[in-house]
Design a protein around this ligand. Structure first.
Ligand code: GLY
Length: 409
């Protein structure tokens, strides 16, 4: 819709080129106020991390810091990733030093073939390192991680396997080849690797994964299942389940956000309109959901049984906002209004911590996994990461818009 596109363009330019201006009229806080606060609060978190020599993840139910697991942790890339964004924002070398220091702690994990989360971990840290510095050493780490990740691709299924099923709680579910909607987030590193190496093999895996996921993960209303379990020999779907949602047929809020972000990325790299259309449908679905509260920060599952007395998930909101800001640059529809509504809510006292509180994380009120009784109504390092990313995207939006307009001419 051309009208809202043009109206929206005006909003974006005013937001992005005048970063001292308000996000909208409903708050006195500007994008830069929020990024300055992120720098102050994350400086305190960095002090804690330096003392412990560990990477912060969340807080425990009894209120202590919970660090990432040293053998491997799907969230280990987010704290260094936030440091990279703060380096990009502030140009203060302390953030680069911090990011380098903490990402080196897990650099060897790039060769571990047991986890699909290599894209999350390495793209969100080393990906920024390479983007911001162009240093070859970072690129090699990304290539190694990508080469490890694609060993988890099975051409019969057409997807990267998310979880191994020989141990842990996953071994008790009767799955053979589980693929989770979250896995869409690992594709960005693969697409990027094809760009930087000139080798098609990474993008080929990403495209196959995106296409098979598009076919099997979505219900008619465009909500998504969390886990699709495939037969690893025939590639047939065995089960459509959940792991972190309320029920197999419910809509786990972060899952919808991962899908939105994932297909927006697929469009960024391929310009295939079917990915744009799916991303738009997911966005419309989220924005129009009757269970979305007035502040647009979703409950952890849209079908959670005690809504409105259910925990919110600020992480799902931050991921959604960040994805919408990018989607807005590709779409003729207006997604910026929704993105700024979410960011305004996250930047209010309801969700944004006070300086020195919240164990020095930026955002309050996220959920890791309620079915696992894990990380309920807590800060999470990835909520902070995607919130800071969304703020950075708001700042840069005039560039993205100019690029998109130039390409579409
Ligand atoms: N990828 C795990 C999660 O979203 O909780």
């Amino acid at each position: 819709m051309k009208t809202s596109f043009i109206k929206n363009l005006g909003v974006i330019i005013s937001i992005a080129s005048l970063c001292s201006c308000n996000i909208n009229n409903s708050t006195d806080r500007t994008i830069d106020d929020n990024l300055d606060f992120a720098c102050e609060q994350t400086s305190l978190l960095l002090n804690d991390a330096e003392k412990a020599q560990k990477i912060p993840r969340t807080i425990t139910a009894d209120g202590h810091m919970h660090w990432t697991r040293e053998g491997f942790d799907w969230t280990e890339g987010f704290f260094p990733g936030t440091c990279w964004y703060l380096f990009e924002y502030s140009n203060n070398a302390k953030w680069k030093k911090a990011a380098d220091h903490f990402q080196e702690k897990y650099e060897s994990h790039r060769l571990l073939p047991f986890y699909h989360d290599l894209g999350f971990v390495f793209n969100c840290s080393y990906g920024h390192a390479y983007r911001l510095t162009g240093e070859e050493a970072y690129k090699q780490v990304l290539i190694d991680a990508g080469n490890t990740l694609i060993t988890r691709f099975n051409p019969q299924v057409g997807c990267i396997r998310s979880w191994d099923v020989d141990k842990g709680w996953q071994s008790k579910r009767g799955w053979q080849y589980p693929v989770i909607i979250d896995n869409m987030m690992n594709l960005e590193m693969l697409f990027e690797l094809s760009n930087i190496t000139g080798e098609r093999k990474y993008a080929d895996v990403a495209i196959s994964h995106a296409n098979v996921t598009m076919k099997n993960h979505f219900r008619e209303d465009i909500s998504s299942y969390h886990v699709i379990d495939y037969d690893s020999i025939t590639g047939e779907v065995r089960n459509k389940h959940t792991a972190q949602g309320f029920a197999h047929e419910s809509e786990w809020a972060r899952g919808q956000a991962w899908g939105l972000y994932g297909y927006t990325i697929c469009y960024r790299y391929t310009k295939d309109p079917k990915y744009l259309q799916l991303a738009e449908k997911i966005a419309d679905y989220i924005m129009q959901h009757p269970a979305l509260p007035a502040d647009h920060i979703p409950y952890w599952d849209y079908d959670a049984p005690k809504v409105p007395n259910e925990p919110r998930d600020a992480s799902a909101a931050a991921i959604t906002a960040s994805a919408l800001i990018e989607l807005n640059t590709y779409s003729q529809k207006d997604y910026m209004t929704e993105a700024t509504t979410i960011i305004n809510s996250l930047s209010s006292d309801n969700y944004l911590a006070k300086k020195g509180k919240n164990h020095h994380f930026i955002l309050k009120h996220s959920v890791g996994s309620i079915p696992h009784n894990n990380e309920i109504d807590v800060p999470l390092n990835y909520a902070d990461y995607y919130y800071v990313e969304a703020l950075m995207r708001l700042r840069k939006n005039d560039d993205l818009f100019s690029q998109h307009l130039a390409e579409s001419k």
